[in-house]
Design a protein around this ligand. Sequence first.
Ligand code: ADP
Ligand code: ASP
Ligand code: MG
Length: 411
Amino acid sequence: MPRLVMKFGGTSVASVDRIRNVARHVAREVAAGYEVAVVVSAMSGKTNELVGWVKDADPLYGAAEYDTVVASGEQVTSGLLAIALNKDGIKARSWQGWQIPIHTSDAHGSARIEGIDPTNLDESFKRGEVAVIAGFQGVNPQTGRIATLGRGGSDTSAVAIAAAIGAERCDIYTDVDGVYTTDPRVVPKAQRMERVTFEEMLEMASLGAKVLQVRSVELAMVHRVPTTVRSSFDPPDAARPGTLICDEDQIVEQQIITGIAFSKDEAQITLRAVKDSPGIAAAIFGPLADANINVDMIIQTVSGDQSTTDMTFTVPAADYERSRAILDAQRDTIQFGQIEGATDVVKVSAIGVGMRSHAGVAAKAFRALAQKGINIRAITTSEIKFSVLIDAAYTELAVRTLHSLYGLDQA
Ligand code: ADP
Ligand code: ASP
Ligand code: MG
């Protein structure tokens, strides 16, 4: 029998009523002849609440106990969905990450999946059961402790399980009916895409489109798992297919730019009057790398007197204070004048595989943003995307400007 993974996010399982609705979507696929594994998130808001409790108990909490607490949200929904399915006459049982088992690294709070043994699921399917799996969690085989996969990690559980059991497809059900050209909550004119390439989806997710966790797209791409994003709010008997994430050669008409993403999780740091001598970049970025801080955009400007330079770069907003402290501690080695920073910034990015074969795509954006009076603080480009760092106050204006500029307002 063909196999299918269905994943339901927080808003899709937000109440017992919503869970009954999920059971009907699952019933449809069982009736269509699939062996089904369902992956569920915690009820929406639950994980935030659990994280809040942990921080309340101790702001310097231990990461393994954090995981013990935050993984519990998914335990609840997996049990409730199994109960709802059983009530509807569908054989089902719940599975926690450690029961399958889903083996992870020991990086508590943002663990990576290292292996999934499909034996138990195979046997469960043989017994004719729907496997209802708690997303977001696994177990570290060395310590036997529960580990979670980072926020939004149920997407990654779903794709990893699809690869492990050889599923025909992984369907990610959420509160929107597909992947849009940009966040539909910010730009009402955003258009749903029929298809998007793995590469573009990976960039969109890494550059801020929270519809899929980045790691889930990586896994889908590596294991070639056809993955869709679709709505759990469609009637179960008339569910639409959503957006398919697939290989480039499965897409007939390709735009130059397919999507705009933005991320507010950025902070800018500028070191002024840095002594301009060989090894200076290593002196600045070495200690940040040692502290596991990901530096993204980097701009170095040569100052008038030729002996000093200004260095501007971005770090994740969560690492801002830590980065400043590390640099301050290295002041004697690096030799800089002042350190300045800004957290009210946003990174806006345009993504499209068509950029590979078209020149001047980014230049057009710089002009359009200038005409709106938006100052660009930093720029980065790569093969299929470019990003600009701007003041956060201009987020919507910039996203809408680029969305229109590249013809994405029309279907
Ligand atoms: P779930 O709880 O189901 O995992 P998420 O909140 O994680 O749902 O992801 C769905 C949300 O992603 C949507 O409500 C939407 O606001 C947001 N989003 C951001 N960018 C996009 C995009 N390009 N296309 C669709 N949704 C997007
Ligand atoms: N419940 C987890 C979170 O809120 C995982 C997920 O929903 O994917 O991050
Ligand atoms: Mg999500």
